[in-house]
Design a protein around this ligand. Sequence first.
Ligand SMILES: Nc1nc2c(ncn2[C@@H]2O[C@H](COP(=O)(O)OP(=O)(O)OP(=O)(O)O)[C@@H](O)[C@H]2O)c(=O)[nH]1
Ligand SMILES: [Mg+2]
Length: 296
Amino acid sequence: MISDDPQFYVQGVLKCDRRVLAKTITLIESSLSAHQDLARTIIDLLLPYTGKAIRLGITGVPGVGKSMFIESLGTMLVKKRHRVAVLAVDPSSQRSGGSVLADKTRMEKLSIDENAFIRPSPSGGTLGGVARKTRETMIVCEAAGFDVIIVETVGVGQSEITVASMVDFFLLLMISGAGDELQGIKKGVLELADAVAVNKADGDNVEKAEMARKQYETSLHFLAPSSPNWTPPVFTCSAIEMTGINIIWESVLAHHEKTNPYRRAPGQPKKTGSGLDVVPCKRRLKRTFFSKSRSE
Ligand SMILES: Nc1nc2c(ncn2[C@@H]2O[C@H](COP(=O)(O)OP(=O)(O)OP(=O)(O)O)[C@@H](O)[C@H]2O)c(=O)[nH]1
Ligand SMILES: [Mg+2]
């Protein structure tokens, strides 16, 4: 049963009632115009409760280990008392039902953690449509109190650029032993990255991963940095062995400090007397958000 009372959803989301949270996202993903109108009203009412989360985008070619990396990072973060929401952007996918389960099994620990929430890609649709749904779903998750939102995107074409524009930090995962062409990574994507991590640095692969790390460091040196006060670092990590994950998270936090000096660390209480005019800022954000949604 779909209720048509926006307050039913708003109050449920604010209490982080998972059933209501899932229903709200279903409304956002619905193509019925009545559902979309209701979703828009709900988002409008939830917007004042957002702005506290760190949004992290993760990209890389299929099989590079994005889901496994998110499983490792996510379980580490919930141990640090963060609340983690994981969303996926894959406009090429028609997945629903069964493959939801497939994605969840790759995040076995995270999917059963009460401080985590995993939502697979909305099935089908254009990239613009999927991006709008993802942007709105991020807002709902933030309002529900998730302070780290991780978006997994498949490394094909335009979707990285779209996701990079929606997140605070964009991490590119690579593997060693495959040339850039093989990994389908264009120079443009490397330019968008706030950090690069060579995954699967385990077993016999440790040395090769370190060599690849150095190569990417050199390549990045010749590119214009994404921000004047941030040089993208290059790491090695193993999602399976959970090594190198913490240092990447520290880099996310360092980037957050440097590029958002007025923002709080995720989940931290509001500082009082900061002198910042929050309300006009939110209004501006809201305007930008809706003008973007409409143009898609
Ligand atoms: N050795 C090793 N294997 C890994 C590591 N991370 C992932 N894998 C393996 O790589 C394969 C793909 O991992 P996924 O996490 O599903 O990769 P993905 O990038 O999410 O793939 P798509 O969602 O299909 O794009 C799986 O068989 C994993 O077990 C790692 O750190 N080391
Ligand atoms: Mg995956």
